[in-house]
Design a protein around this ligand. Sequence first.
Ligand code: IPM
Ligand code: MG
Length: 362
Amino acid sequence: MQKKILVLPGDGIGPEIVAEAVKVLEFFNSKNGDPFVLETGLIGGSAYEETGAPLPEETLGKARASDAILLGAVGGYQWDSLDRELRPEKGLLGLRAGLDLYANLRPAILYSQLASASTLREEVVSGLDLMIVRELTGGIYFGQPRGIRTLENGEREGFNTLVYRESEIERIAHTAFQIASRRDKRVCSVDKANVLEVTGLWREVMEKVAREYPEIELSHMYVDNASMQLVRNPKQFDVLVTTNMFGDILSDCAAMLTGSIGMLPSASLNRQGQGMYEPIHGSAPDIAGKGIANPMATILSVSMMMRYSLDSPEIADQIDAAVGRVLDAGYRTADIYTDGMKQVGTSEMGDAMIAVLNGEEI
Ligand code: IPM
Ligand code: MG
């Protein structure tokens, strides 16, 4: 049966990097008798320019009807002063909420070829393989009430609400424990339970769900300490599970351990296993259109899509192996370039992937 993939290039470097990932999908289409039907849609600032909305109804409808979504990135300076509801980020958040994509998986894996590209010492990061499980549809990102109000004395006050229901914590806890059971069986839950009631509840619910997974070791860490431990000794972690905003922050930090944020994919899943796949880096407007962005995070997002939504782990394995071989051959975009390597642009990196997948020498 054919699988429907909705491709949403978005803004900034989004279209450039997605084009390379689409080459990879098309490679498997021509090799395996067209298993994937690709559709494209508008999201973010580019959707706003064409339709007046960052998440047009049509895009949400197409997303609901697809087996998986591949997203590039959203955002750009030119839309920063728009009304919040119209900003590109709202398109992404609307898609996450609209499809109930509550489980965000952000693996941080260091390719051995890139150990020297990290700003951290090689022995701190070599062999790194951790998974951040970020709650994605709750917490302060979506909590009500929110806004900016004017007080009686005329001063303005901004406010957001950090709120989690037990059921929201439970389901992300299950995700984390299930993922850990296929890994090193350790979950570290990150909270701020010493100060915030809501994360006190988070901790309680984590403990409760953990009792259903006796083989998993659960520990807890305050978020300030977790951010320090991530750069001090990141290899102590197997699976980290945390709230929406803490996960946003810690995942950028974890990404940098691997040398470049340009290498890290992510999956956002709902209960039905439907998923959206995107690189964790943003739209990088400063380098957009220059053809120098690293497409690997997006290509690796396709690999995650094959594994988690499209039941094609053999394709995922081939993509992962090809990334390793392209790096072995010395191909590097600017973000991961080190002396003596072959510096290439976005499309050359994608072409190298296709050549390797074709069994060619590069
Ligand atoms: C991410 C991004 C988004 C987030 C932005 C673009 C809304 O930083 O996916 O980490 O904050 O979730
Ligand atoms: Mg982020």
